[in-house]
Design a protein around this ligand. Structure first.
Ligand SMILES: [Zn+2]
Length: 374
C-alpha cells in the first residue's frame, strides 16, 4: 500500500476560490488552505483598523504591547501582526505601529510553563520587535499590590541579601498559600498576571494592549467571571477600546474560534506548531477541591466549539452588546483586580465592622481573598 496518498478530507472544492481542495470548514463553508489562511489573517487585521499607516504621524511611533504566553493564540496574533507590518512597509515604506512583546515567565508557579529558550526561538523567527521577559513574582513590586499587602497586613519578608527576586517570590508564595480554594488561587494569579501586563504597558508608554484571546477564550472568561462574582464587569471584558485600567485594549482574534487558530498554526509556512508551548491538559475532575471554575469553563467550551461553534460566538456577541458604564477619573476601583466599584455592593452583610472603612474590593475579589476582609 502506498503511504504518500494525500489526506482525503472529504470537504470537496473550496467555496471561496472554486479551484482547490478544501481542508477546513469555516461555519459550514469549505475552504482550501490558501483561502483559509487569508480568512484568518483578514479577521485579525480587520480589528487593527485604527493602527493603519494613514493614522500614524511620521516620526511618532505608536507602540502596542502584545502579551505573549507562547500559547497558540498569542503566537498566531504575533504572526498576523508581523505580516501586517511587513505589508505596511511594502505599501508605504513605513509602519502604523511598533510591537513590544512581553512574556511573563510563570515557571515559578507553573513549573511546566514555557522556558526562556522557547521565547528565544520566537525571537529568531520574528526578530524585528522588542522583547521583554519578566518573572510573575515581580508583580509584587507593582505599587497597587504593595499597598494592598501593607493595608491588609500580609507580611512581606524584608530583603535579606537574597536579592529582590527571591523576596518577591517568597512574598507571592505567601499570598497564594493564604488563599483557601483552587478557584480563588487561579483567580488571584490571573489578576496578578493581568496587573503586571497592564503596569508594564503603561510604564513603557504603550498606547494599547493587543490581547490574543480567541472567541472561545472570551466565552470562557465571560461565564467564568460571572460565576466568580464579576458579572458587573462583563461589558469591559470583551470590548475593544478604552478599558477601566487607563489603557486601551484590543482583541484582534475575537472573531476566531480556538480550533480555527489551531488549524491556522499548522498551515503557515513554515508551520508555527513547533514554536507553541503546550497548553496545560484539560482538567479531569478528580475532586471538586482541585478543580477551578476557569478550568471547568475551558473544558466546557472546548467541547462545545467542536459541534456548536455558533453557541461560542453567540456568548461573546451577546456580551459585546452590553454597554460599559462610564468611569470617571475619581471613581473608586477595586484594590486587587482594578475594576471600577460603581456597581458593586461593597458592604456584604457582616463584612464591614463598625467604624472601619469598607475594604475597597469588588464583590468577586472579596470572595477570592477572604483574608483581606476586616
Ligand atoms: Zn476586584
Amino acid at each position: 500500500m502506498p503511504t504518500s496518498v494525500p489526506k482525503e478530507t472529504g470537504l470537496g472544492v473550496c467555496k471561496q476560490c472554486q479551484t482547490n481542495d478544501a481542508v477546513e470548514n469555516v461555519r459550514s463553508r469549505p475552504m482550501c488552505r490558501d483561502c483559509f489562511c487569508k480568512y484568518i489573517a483578514t479577521k485579525a487585521v480587520k480589528r487593527m483598523e485604527k493602527f493603519r499607516t494613514r493614522f500614524s504621524t511620521a516620526g511618532q511611533q505608536r507602540s502596542l504591547l502584545l502579551p505573549l504566553s507562547i500559547g497558540v493564540s498569542s503566537l498566531v496574533l504575533l504572526h498576523c501582526l508581523d505580516e501586517q507590518l511587513k505589508r505596511q512597509i511594502e505599501n508605504t515604506g513605513r509602519t502604523g505601529f511598533a510591537l513590544q512583546i512581553l512574556h511573563v515567565d510563570m515557571t515559578a508557579v507553573v513549573p511546566e510553563g514555557p522556558s526562556a529558550t522557547q521565547l528565544d526561538v520566537v525571537k529568531e523567527r520574528y526578530p524585528t520587535h522588542t522583547y521583554t521577559s519578566i518573572p510573575i513574582s515581580s508583580v509584587m513590586e507593582v505599587e497597587d499590590v504593595q499597598d494592598l499587602l501593607k493595608q491588609y497586613g500580609i507580611d512581606t519578608p524584608a530583603p535579606l541579601g537574597d536579592g529582590i527576586e527571591t523576596t518577591n517570590l517568597q512574598c507571592l508564595q505567601t499570598l497564594l498559600q493564604a488563599i483557601p480554594t483552587a478557584t480563588a488561587r487561579a483567580d488571584v494569579l490571573s489578576i496578578l498576571l493581568h496587573k503586571l501586563i497592564v503596569d508594564f504597558a503603561k510604564a513603557d508608554t504603550c498606547e494599547a494592549i493587543v490581547w490574543g484571546d480567541s472567541t472561545t477564550r472570551l466565552a470562557e472568561k465571560t461565564l467564568a467571571e460571572t460565576a466568580k462574582g464579576r458579572g458587573f464587569a462583563l461589558a469591559w471584558l470583551v470590548s475593544d477600546g478604552p478599558s477601566p485600567y487607563g489603557i486601551d485594549f484590543y482583541y484582534p482574534m475575537r472573531d476566531l474560534l480556538k480550533k480555527e487558530i489551531n488549524a491556522y498554526a499548522t498551515y503557515t509556512n513554515p508551520p508555527l506548531t513547533p514554536l507553541i508551548a503546550p497548553e496545560p491538559p484539560l482538567e479531569t475532575v478528580v475532586s471538586a477541591k482541585h478543580s477551578t471554575i476557569d478550568g471547568l469553563m475551558r473544558n466546557y467550551f472546548d467541547a462545545v466549539e467542536k459541534n456548536y461553534p455558533s453557541i461560542v460566538a453567540n456568548v461573546v456577541r451577546t456580551t459585546a452588546k452590553l454597554q460599559a458604564p462610564g468611569v470617571g477619573a475619581g471613581d473608586a476601583s477595586c484594590s486587587l483586580c482594578g475594576l471600577p466599584l460603581l456597581l458593586t455592593p461593597r458592604t456584604e452583610q457582616g463584612l464591614v465592622a463598625e467604624g472601619k472603612a469598607p475594604p475597597p474590593l469588588c464583590y468577586g475579589c472579596l470572595r477570592s481573598v477572604p483574608m483581606f476582609s476586616p
